[in-house]
Design a protein around this ligand. Structure first.
Ligand code: ADP
Ligand code: MG
Length: 428
């Protein structure tokens, strides 16, 4: 009995790998979407084989294992190709072993494949609860089919309770965990989006203020042009100034819209210098409003990540810095290489934080800004830095200022290039 329980738990562990362990591991890493899909398909395939290689019980005539669960899950969640692959693997493995009952595996696997391919689209359109229920029912039905085939072939039903009870229950548990994980990760994405919208709406006020200045200037010069006694040279000069002012307004609006509009999720090589410059441009109106001077010393190293998220991470940190200096100050952004990693150091001369406040940073809804703050900015920062394999260190002194250091791995392809660049910089 104990041995059977052990085998069963081992099978269950194999099943949890592609639906829980691997996706969780992948989420923490910056794996491209396509590669993610391949890894998941591969892990489903390995799980199917492992379930069959370590069956529950040792009766050679009646091999019982939970391999039908990855067949169902793979087919229903991941579509026709995965379903076909898993079915072929299950049949191939059983036939290769040459043990009795292979015809049962062939028939049941084929039925599961066809049903899951037909139902896959409908299955994915259901709510989480309905999906768990349907998966439970389908796995019970395929269990029942196996028992009937077994009865017809061998006229004995040693594992009927396993097929009819343990298999559907395990399926429901596996499906429940998958849905929970999905819900959690989509919730996290929603928080990041919501925080971005919050930042966007905060910036809107300072941006509109900043746009108004060049527009007013352009309007003034247009009015001057109306006067007829102006010389041709003066006219040209005024028109030039008006055009420059309008261009400035346009570039501010373009920066803002580029950040505000959603971009596709795609991991790419990002130039740290360019990205920081964009964020600084975006924040300049807010800095001007708070009389904050922005200083920067940037070097074009490369990191790997999603552009939109990387910008948002920098923006959240710098915005906090500017907000910590309501009466003006200096925001310093510095990039260099330390211990073979890219260091981005953002320091301000603001109000600083106590040790307790530093410890609470990243906690959701921790804010000292009352209704003006969301308390989500730093949480999002931690999440993004972690997803880019980076680390973050914060030091702060009350009334002196805060320094945030973020370390990122150098993007692989550009490692030597980046080190060369650093050498060049040192020589300069
Ligand atoms: P919010 O900015 O909405 O309050 P955050 O998560 O961005 O939320 O920041 C949480 C808190 O951390 C802030 O309310 C502030 O008290 C503190 N904080 C963050 N960055 C700084 C900084 N550079 N200087 C001083 N305090 C800071
Ligand atoms: Mg903030």
């Amino acid at each position: 009995m104990l041995a059977i329980l052990k085998d069963f738990l081992l099978n269950l562990f194999f099943i949890l790998a592609p639906i829980f362990v691997v996706p969780l591991w992948l989420e923490e890493r910056n794996v491209p979407k396509q590669l993610k899909k391949h890894i998941l398909t591969f892990s489903f395939a390995i799980t199917t084989l492992l379930c069959m290689a370590f069956p529950i019980g040792t009766d050679t005539e009646h091999i019982y294992d939970l391999h039908q669960i990855p067949l169902w899950l793979g087919g229903l969640y991941r579509g026709a190709f995965v379903s076909f692959l898993l079915c072929a693997l299950a049949i191939g493995y059983h036939m290769l072993l040459g043990e009795g009952g292979w015809i049962i595996t062939v028939l049941s696997s084929l039925v599961i494949m066809f049903v899951s391919i037909v139902l896959s689209k409908y299955f994915l359109s259901l709510s989480a609860k309905q999906r768990i229920l349907l998966a439970f029912v389908l796995s019970a039905l395929s269990g029942m089919l196996t028992v009937i085939l077994d009865e017809m072939a061998f006229a004995s039903l040693p594992f009927w309770s396993s097929y009819l009870v343990i298999q559907p229950l395990s399926m429901a548990v596996a499906c429940y965990l998958k849905e929970m994980l999905y819900k959690n990760s989509s919730l996290r994405k929603q928080i990041i989006r919501a925080e971005k919208m919050e930042v966007v709406s905060h910036l809107a006020a300072s941006i509109s203020h900043e746009v108004r200045n060049p527009l007013t200037a352009a309007r003034g010069f247009m009015q001057l042009l109306e006067q007829s006694h102006l010389s041709l040279e003066k006219r040209k000069q005024y028109i030039q100034i008006a055009i420059e002012e309008l261009d400035r307004a346009e570039s501010i609006i373009t920066d803002y819209l580029t950040f505000a509009k959603p971009a596709p999720e795609c991991v790419e090589k990002l130039n740290v210098k360019t990205e920081i410059e964009r964020v600084i441009d975006l924040l300049r109106p807010l800095a001007n409003m708070n009389s904050v001077e922005i200083q920067s010393s940037l070097i074009p190293f490369h990191v790997k990540g999603e552009r939109e998220k990387f910008q948002q991470c920098l923006l959240n940190i710098m915005k906090n810095s500017i907000e910590a200096m309501p009466n003006g100050g200096t925001l310093d952004v510095y990039v260099s290489i330390e211990h073979d990693q890219i260091l981005i150091r953002i320091s301000d001369t603001g109000i600083g934080m106590t040790k307790e406040q530093i410890d609470r940073l990243g906690e959701p809804y921790f804010t000292t800004k009352g209704t003006k703050g969301t308390g989500l900015g730093m949480m999002v920062v931690y999440r993004i830095v972690e997803s880019m394999d980076g680390t973050i260190h914060i030091t702060s002194e009350v009334n002196k200022g805060t320094t945030v250091c973020i370390y990122f791995p150098i993007a692989q392809l550009n490692r030597s290039e980046a080190i060369n660049k650093k050498k060049n910089v040192l020589f300069i």
